[in-house]
Write a protein that binds this ligand. Sequence first.
Ligand code: CTP
Length: 403
Amino acid sequence: MAEQRHVALYVTGSIAAYKALVLTRLLVKDGVSVRVVMTKAAEAFVTPLSFQVLSKNAVATDMFAGTDVKAVDHIELADWTDLAVVAPATADIIGKLANGIADDMASLTLMATSAPKLVVPTMNQHMLDNPATARNIATLKQDGISVMTPASGFLAEGYSGRGRMPEPEEIMRAIKDLRPRKTPLTGKKVIVTAGGTRERIDPVRFITNDSSGKMGYAIAEEMQQRGAEVTLISAPTKLKVPAGVKFVSVLTTEDLAEAVTTAFKQTDILVMAAAVADFKPVSSADQKIKKSADNDQMTIKLTKTADILKQVAKLKQPGQITVGFAAETQNLLDNAQHKLVSKQLDLLIANDVSKPGVGFNGDTNQVTILQPDQAPIKTTLADKHTIAKQVVDQISQRVQKEG
Ligand code: CTP
């Protein structure tokens, strides 16, 4: 738990509040500094004094207490926090957190906290199943907040069901599984491109390719989760933009080239996962092209588009990292090695798209990662999120080396 030295524990009104005492003790035992915030309802079940004794820190309960004249209490605590844990989390605090309500010390401080958050819903099964609660929990997840699944078992109401607070040991494990707050990618400005560009033939037709955008989106999500400031520049896909990622929509290779070259100056890492059309029609018809008796055949004349990575190579400053992809159907390593050098890349992710389950359109991939100063790394066939993690691990190591 090296990166989570400062844990703010939010205790809200549930009989399970007594288990939060044990959680405090476990955290302190692990060398973590714990500061507790309690709601009024929590105080009906356990006293602030119990938490104060266990955490050896004052417990915050009142937003108007103003204990420190030199600081604004809730902002000071929010800034101190490496990780905020809400356990037990009632339907009420979940609703406030999901809807931006800040009317007591707990909700106010949580709103001011930019650190990662772990919420441990604890309530009667019927309250958990209430559509409003389900909606609010879904919102928390969309906002990038980690939410634990409540345990099943004997409830305080005297019958069995879902909604129990998981045991403190289990919450400790969930805390340890959270990603460390600071990674080599924290604060890095990253552009990820994704999807297949479209080149118009006429108002109703275009040339494109099989790219689904899944690999690029998975990389954007992984980068964001490791603390990077990610801009996803995407050609059309059917995918949802990952939470916390800035989105720029493009259609053609020209649009993409412009968006990338404009943003590149302010960028630490560029990942070109987009499948870029290499050719576009010389001209696109203003009106729909009609078939007629005398055009049994027709020819569309194509012209080469700009190679975006080659353009970017000319702008590249020391410290900037560029990552390319190479979808090949033959001579994978030779072709990929050539692209690594000719596009002056730091990493090249190559895949043999002629193999089943690899690359375009599916949910899985198998890649070989090439770098100028290292032997190629070949991954096994895995889902694209797993591959994204492996690719981002290598980018992260590169950042560490350069820094
Ligand atoms: N790329 C690019 N601009 C283009 C074409 C491709 O920046 N006009 C990028 C892709 O996003 C990818 C890498 O270059 O990261 C390699 O793309 P790929 O299509 O495999 O290679 P090409 O250079 O187009 O060569 P070829 O199609 O002949 O294999």
